[in-house]
Structure formats: structure tokens, C-alpha cells
Design a protein around this ligand. Structure first.
Ligand SMILES: Nc1ncnc2c1ncn2[C@@H]1O[C@@H](CSCCNC[C@@H]2Cc3ccc([N+](=O)[O-])cc3CN2)[C@@H](O)[C@H]1O
Length: 281
């Protein structure tokens, strides 16, 4: 794409902020409610057909956890942001879900939902859809209650640090999930690979990695904030996982339909990767 050619030629990107310091400054203006509105209300939160992006994302996760292979004591979610949809299928298989985010405003938004406080974002359409596709006839309120019970720590994180939590996570997590975070906080592909390698320190050998992310995205809006994103292709994701020492199990991609290209970003598509940290790691 011309975005990529511009990026490859090193031409100045519109509003690109090429350093971690500039990115940090950009995130000072991140508005969680605007971000939720942009991505988790209609038209993107359209559950009427599997061809829409939210059902596609939820199905990737539901199908991956359905086998029961991915389970254990702790799953850590990296760059949770203000969203919990990505944890709905995971929460059946782990005693504790550790949520993390760089911004206090996002950790506070998560806390409001976890405590069932008024004014928290309404995730019930997502919970109802996940219960439907998991096909166990589970009342959505049961799923909501279980995630709230298992959503334990909500911690600050910075993926640019070798120890993203500031101190080593002990015991290390049995699984790690990250949705739309790394490409949105890395100035370039090399930083994306380094961040991915840092996440490896949080995971036990043999642990599973589940990544959801944007393809071909160069910016996104979150209220007053306009954040730069490193545009990734499927091959970049494969190479980054290998470079970070993970063994790829499955990679699926989704092309964003015109109806969902709403101007809140310039996403071309979405990827879902399931990988594993080698046992001898
Ligand atoms: N240094 C850092 N370390 C860790 N987390 C950090 C750091 N800096 C910021 N953060 C944290 O990471 C951020 C995660 S939100 C990033 C948004 N990614 C782009 C956005 C997402 C999205 C969602 C859904 C769909 N779709 O089609 O369904 C498309 C798209 C494409 N646009 C934010 O929570 C920030 O607080």
C-alpha cells in the first residue's frame, strides 16, 4: 500500500510520532470513552453477521479456547485498554485474569466495569454473543459474573521495558493475550519485535500467546488523541513472532469491509495469531 511505501521510504508520516517519548505524549490525550465509541458501538459492534469484525474476533477466541488445550492458573492480558470483550472466552479456563494497561484512565475504566459500577461501559451485547457462539446455553449473566470474579489484578505496564510490569511476574503466566496494543505503541517494526520479546518474559515455557491486531493501520483516533500505528502486513506478524522466539500455531486474517471503514482509523484488516513459547525457553 502507499502507506507502507511511504513508511518504507522513511517519508514523514502525517502526524507520525516516531519516538517512544512522542508516543507517550500522544497517549496523554487518549480518551477511553471515545475509543470505546469508535470501536465497540455500532457500526463496528454489529453482531448480525459473522462477516462483521467483532463477531470474527470473538469467534477466533471462542474457537481457540474451545479445545481446552489452553488453560492454567493465570492468563495475563497486555494492553487491556478499557475493553474486556477479549477475555470472555479466556475466563472459563484460568483461575486469575491479570489485566494491564499503561494509562490510569483505562485501568480505572476496567475497575468500574469489574465492580459493576454505574456509568461503566455496557458489554452485555458482547457477553450475550459469546455465550451464543460457545453454544452451552450459558446465561450471559453467569459469564459476566465469572469474568468479574476472575478478573484479579489490574496493573500498570509498559511493553517497551524488558520487564513490562516493572518487576518479574512470578509465577509466570500460563498464557498471554494482547489485543490491538503492540502495533499501536511501537514506532516501527523493530520496536514491535522488541516489545513482543519483552512479553515473552511474562510467560512460562510452553505457555500460549494469543495476539489480535491491526493490519495496514497507520493511525487511529481516540477523542482528541490521534495516535500513530506501525502498519503491519501478515508477513510482518509471522516474522515478529519468530524473531521473538515464539512458535506459530495458527494465523488468521480478516479484511475490513468498506462499511466498517469509518474514519476512526485506516485499518485494512485484522490478524489473529496463536503461538507458543518453546518448552526449553
Ligand atoms: N508503552 C505501552 N505499553 C503498554 N500499553 C501501552 C503503552 N502505551 C500505550 N499503551 C496502551 O495501549 C493502548 C491499547 S488501545 C490501542 C488501539 N489500537 C488501534 C485501534 C484498535 C482497534 C480495535 C478494533 C478494531 N476493529 O476493527 O474491530 C480496529 C482497531 C484499530 N484501531 C491503550 O490502551 C494504551 O493505554
Amino acid at each position: 500500500s502507499d502507506k507502507r511505501r511511504r513508511w518504507r521510504r522513511g517519508e514523514p508520516q502525517p502526524l507520525a510520532m516516531s519516538s517512544p517519548a512522542a508516543l507517550r505524549e500522544g497517549y496523554e490525550h487518549f480518551d477511553p470513552r471515545a475509543y470505546l465509541r469508535n470501536n465497540y458501538l455500532p457500526p463496528r459492534a454489529d453482531f448480525s453477521s459473522e462477516e462483521f469484525v467483532v463477531p470474527w474476533k470473538l469467534r477466533c477466541l471462542a474457537e481457540t479456547f474451545a479445545s481446552g488445550e489452553i488453560r492454567g492458573r493465570t492468563l495475563i492480558d497486555v494492553g487491556t485498554g478499557p475493553t474486556i470483550y477479549q477475555l470472555l472466552s479466556a475466563c472459563d479456563h484460568f483461575e486469575e485474569i491479570v489485566a494491564t494497561d499503561y494509562l490510569a484512565v483505562n485501568r480505572e475504566e476496567l475497575g468500574r466495569w469489574a465492580r459493576g459500577e454505574p456509568g461503566a461501559f455496557d458489554w452485555s451485547p458482547f457477553i450475550q454473543h459469546v455465550c451464543k457462539i460457545e453454544g452451552r446455553g450459558e446465561p450471559w449473566q453467569d459469564k459476566e459474573r465469572r469474568l468479574r470474579q476472575r478478573l484479579g489484578r489490574i496493573l500498570p505496564i509498559d511493553v517497551h521495558r524488558p520487564e513490562p510490569l516493572g518487576t518479574p511476574l512470578r509465577p509466570r503466566a500460563d498464557a498471554l493475550l494482547s489485543a490491538f496494543c503492540l502495533e499501536a505503541v511501537s514506532p516501527d517494526r523493530a520496536a514491535f519485535v522488541r516489545a513482543l520479546a519483552h512479553l515473552g518474559n511474562l510467560l512460562r515455557p510452553g505457555g500460549h500467546v494469543l495476539l489480535l491486531g491491526a493490519l495496514g493501520e497507520s493511525f487511529y483516533l481516540a477523542g482528541p488523541a490521534r495516535l500513530p500505528v506501525v502498519p503491519l502486513q501478515e508477513s510482518d506478524v509471522r516474522e515478529a513472532l519468530a524473531a521473538a522466539g515464539f512458535a506459530l500455531r495458527e494465523l488468521r486474517t480478516y479484511a475490513m469491509p468498506p462499511a466498517l471503514r469509518t474514519g476512526v482509523d485506516d485499518v485494512d484488516g485484522v490478524f489473529f495469531a496463536h503461538a507458543q513459547k518453546p518448552l526449553e525457553g
